[in-house]
Design a binder for this molecule. Structure first.
Ligand code: HEM
Length: 212
């Protein structure tokens, strides 16, 4: 049976990927809201909120970084088309994490923040990671992408720095059991390693220019 033009144009795979990206960023937020509404935050509610938001910040950053390798592995265009959405969700979660800390630990005192950034290494690293993500969120629109041209791709390499700093932040703050932060570190190493053109390097070829 012949398909109508509208039916042919409807991009079902992209819809599925978009729905998955929204679910990955949004469902944990709904769950967190549920826990808050039902007062199910355990004996230390601030720690619960801070840690949950920190965990999802890192997971979404890694999910964002997984899109380019997934595009190569599957040959499908959708991962690159949901990358920005995932990146914005990651930024949302980092801002939520930061806001929880500012509200409950520091009562929004700029001097207390400055003191913590100077004195506590894991806060310095986390803050640097947040700073690295701010210009990426601001310039995430197509307008900025057009305006910045090639510089846009260069600027957006900051996401690698943010992810490395995010993982270091976690490793630094954990006192005893390093298994979870090291798992994230391992995933990040694989995701970054997959971006390196190993075959070309091993054969001594010059590195190709990246376009995505
Ligand atoms: C890309 C940025 C960031 C990422 C990926 C991130 C991630 C994380 C993770 C995974 C945790 C541990 C959660 C757990 O134990 O389950 C955490 C804890 C924490 N983070 Fe961040 N974070 C970031 C930025 C920040 C910033 C900007 C601040 C504040 C300036 C901050 C302050 C904290 C604090 C206070 C804790 C709890 C420490 C504790 O309980 O001892 N983080 N973060």
């Amino acid at each position: 049976m012949a398909q109508t033009g509208a039916a042919k144009r409807f991009d079902w795979p992209l819809l599925v990927w978009r729905a998955a990206a929204w679910a990955l960023g949004g469902v944990p937020l709904l769950l967190l809201g549920w826990h808050v509404l039902h007062a199910q935050l355990g004996p230390n509610p601030v720690e619960f909120l801070e840690h949950d938001a920190g965990d999802w910040s890192l997971r979404l950053l890694l999910a964002t970084l997984a899109m380019t390798p997934l595009r190569r592995l599957t040959g499908r265009p959708e991962p690159l088309r949901v990358r920005r959405l995932l990146g914005l969700w990651a930024f949302f979660w980092v801002c939520l994490h930061f806001a929880i800390y500012l509200t409950f630990d520091l009562e929004w005192s700029p001097s207390a923040l400055a003191a913590d950034v100077v004195k506590r290494t894991y806060i310095t690293i986390g803050f640097a990671a947040w700073l690295a993500l701010v210009p990426l969120a601001i310039t995430s629109t197509q307008g900025w992408q057009r305006r910045l041209k090639r510089r846009w791709a260069t600027l957006h390499k900051l996401v690698y720095a943010a992810a490395v700093l995010g993982v270091l932040h976690y490793i630094w703050l954990v006192k005893a059991d390093l298994r979870e932060p090291l798992l994230y570190a391992g995933i990040l190493a694989v995701l970054l390693g997959m971006r390196i053109p190993w075959r070309g390097i091993l054969r001594g070829r010059p590195l190709p220019r990246r376009t995505t």
